[in-house]
Design a protein around this ligand. Structure first.
Ligand code: ATP
Ligand code: MG
Length: 328
């Protein structure tokens, strides 16, 4: 599909991150609802044709676990516009506040882990792409309870190209120890990020809290925290946190109890997280290996055992989101 500004009607703002903003649009010629991401780029640093060529690779990514890419164009004011599949429940960080007890149900965690692992395996095996930015705001959900990855490859690199100029913006709490240390990192770094994310979604609490954050570490629903450091995080706080990720024992849910319900976490969930958060990346599993052996955590997901229940749950979330948006 060919895209230009004249064919697009903006329906509503969906959110913004470090270097861009996302809105829900209607593409008039196709009558398709889409998500449009606008990324500000530095004119000098990037050759436009090269961007377009690389964006075309995204066209070839076709998987139920990956957000579909429809097309892109560059505006004269140095913005890249990316048009992609719209997910009507938004990203996991926005969904979390609507979950009971502020935590994702166990079977949903299973399905989303399976989907992320499948998406990562697809990207790597078929296109040699490593995601590099797994975090709650980059995993989207549909009302059918499907989970899809977004913001990988060029779209991720563009997102961070401006941010990188500002030393610590673009650094995130989901980064693996090997990446923080500047050692080689690869597909297993995404597994670390996923493990950390799952802990947060299972407990409703931030794993790595920095000094300035709220007392309890409870993830509040304002969509304020997306794991990226912002300009107003002091450099001392960030360095301290990065050092902790490298030096401390990896986070775990084993032997912890859930807040409010006071029940221990599911043992297979704990075992799965421990497999993801192995500090030494040579001993950490790849997405493919985890799909094959997840310490029992993913049993039953592949054959769709939880699909019906998750679909009902997702519909409930969608309903709450709709009600919220009508109020404003
Ligand atoms: P960062 O800039 O650090 O990556 P981010 O991921 O929150 O942070 P964006 O990628 O700009 O920032 O996305 C902003 C928000 O838009 C996301 O948090 C998500 O809720 C929403 N969003 C992004 N893509 C889509 C999509 N395809 N469908 C529906 N909502 C989307
Ligand atoms: Mg994003």
């Amino acid at each position: 599909i060919k895209f230009n500004n004249e064919d697009i009607v903006t329906l509503k703002q969906l959110g913004s991150g470090n270097s861009g903003s996302v809105s829900k649009i209607l593409h008039i010629p196709t009558q398709k609802t889409m998500a449009k991401k606008i990324i500000q780029i530095e004119s000098k640093t990037i050759i436009q044709n090269q961007i377009i060529r690389e964006l075309k690779i995204l066209h070839e990514c076709q998987s139920p676990y990956i957000i579909e890419f429809y097309g892109a164009f560059i505006n004269t004011n140095n913005t890249v516009v990316i048009c992609m599949e719209y997910c009507n429940c938004g990203s996991l960080d926005k969904i979390l506040p609507f979950c009971e007890y502020h935590r994702f149900p166990l079977n949903v965690l299973k399905k989303l882990s399976f989907s992320i692992l499948s998406g990562l395996t697809y990207l790597y095996d078929t296109h040699k792409i490593i995601h590099r930015d797994i975090k709650p705001s980059n995993v989207l959900m549909t009302h059918k309870g499907e989970f899809k990855l977004c913001d990988f490859g060029v779209s991720r690199e563009l997102t961070n190209s401006l941010a990188m100029a500002d030393t610590f913006v673009g650094t995130s709490v989901y980064m693996s120890p090997e990446r923080i240390q500047g050692l080689t990192y690869g597909i297993k770094s995404d597994i670390w990020s996923m493990g950390l994310m799952i802990i947060e979604l299972a407990s409703g609490q931030h794993v790595w809290r920095n000094n300035e954050e709220d007392e309890e570490g409870t993830i509040n629903g304002n969509g304020g925290h997306n794991g990226s450091f912002k300009r107003d995080n002091g450099p001392e706080g960030i360095l301290d946190l990065l050092q902790r990720i490298v030096n401390e024992q990896p986070p775990t849910l084993t032997e912890k109890i859930q807040p409010i319900t006071r029940i221990p976490y599911d043992p297979t969930l704990c075992a799965f997280i421990d497999l993801c958060l192995v500090k030494d990346d040579t001993k950490r599993r790849t997405p493919f290996e985890l799909l094959k052996d997840s310490a029992g955590f993913l049993n039953g997901v592949q054959d769709g055992s939880y699909d019906k229940e998750i679909k009902t749950w997702a519909k409930g979330i969608r309903k709450q989101l709709k009600e919220l948006h009508q109020e404003h």
